[in-house]
Design a protein around this ligand. Structure first.
Ligand code: HEM
Length: 206
């Protein structure tokens, strides 16, 4: 088995989780209570000890193997798709390290329920929105662009339009989904009142 094959296999589990996870954030459009109810149900699966350990090990492996693959042959890389694949993968590695680190710290060190409000807090304490808006937006776009690049290699012998669409469609859909999630967390689609204990993690006390 090559590193690339293992990277693909581990990606399947992470992508499965990420689809449910992103659906969870979109469910927030029906209200914060719906987002939290969805998360409570999904946690029954991904917070199962075995599932969570496997998921977090896959995340760690994905970051390590992804960075290795991206750096390998960095100077030899030619063309739009190889660069999109490497750069979206590099961003996902950065995002996953920071994101999962923040979630686990919130849970273990700060003893917080890392629910909707944990994600939303950064959007409600200036100047942190300048970080969190692009941070989450590009995470969702990079994920779908990266998966689109993987699909591209499966259809590389098909007509040009098919090759363009396997990347363009998921990336465009992701941009819309990411925008909705960011607007939702920022309280622009409906009022969001973030409890003080979540804002306090950013040094805001009201
Ligand atoms: C749309 C932006 C995103 C937001 C607002 C967000 C927010 C969150 C929150 C609040 C949690 C804690 C869940 C819980 O306590 O049950 C979480 C966990 C996690 N997220 Fe995200 N997330 C986003 C995108 C992503 C993406 C794109 C990925 C993967 C590529 C991802 C991977 C993870 C992982 C692996 C965990 C840890 C799951 C666990 O073991 O509890 N997230 N995220």
């Amino acid at each position: 088995m090559t590193l690339r094959t293992l990277h693909r296999s581990s990606a399947i589990l992470i992508a499965l989780f990420a689809f449910v996870h992103i659906a969870n954030h979109l469910a927030g459009m029906a209200g914060v209570a719906t987002h939290i109810a969805f998360m409570d149900a999904a946690r029954l699966v991904y917070r199962n000890l075995v599932v969570e350990i496997v998921l977090l090990m896959c995340v760690a492996f994905q970051v390590g193997s992804g960075l290795t693959l991206a750096l390998r042959g960095w100077r030899l890389r030619r063309g739009f798709v190889p660069w999109l694949q490497a750069l979206s993968g590099a961003y996902l590695s950065f995002f996953l390290l920071v994101h999962v680190g923040a979630i686990l710290s919130g849970r273990v060190l700060l003893n917080l329920d890392t629910n909707f409000y944990f994600a939303a807090a950064g959007f409600h304490v200036p100047p942190y929105p300048y970080f969190f808006v692009p941070y989450y937006f590009f995470a969702v776009v990079a994920l779908f662009a990266h998966l689109g690049c993987a699909a591209y290699w499966q259809v590389q012998h098909r007509p040009g339009l098919t090759r363009v669409l396997v990347i363009a469609i998921p990336t465009a859909v992701a941009a819309v989904v990411a925008l909705l999630i960011v607007l939702l967390l920022a309280g622009k689609l409906q009022p969001v009142e973030v409890p003080a204990k979540y804002k306090a993690t950013y040094g805001a006390f009201k």
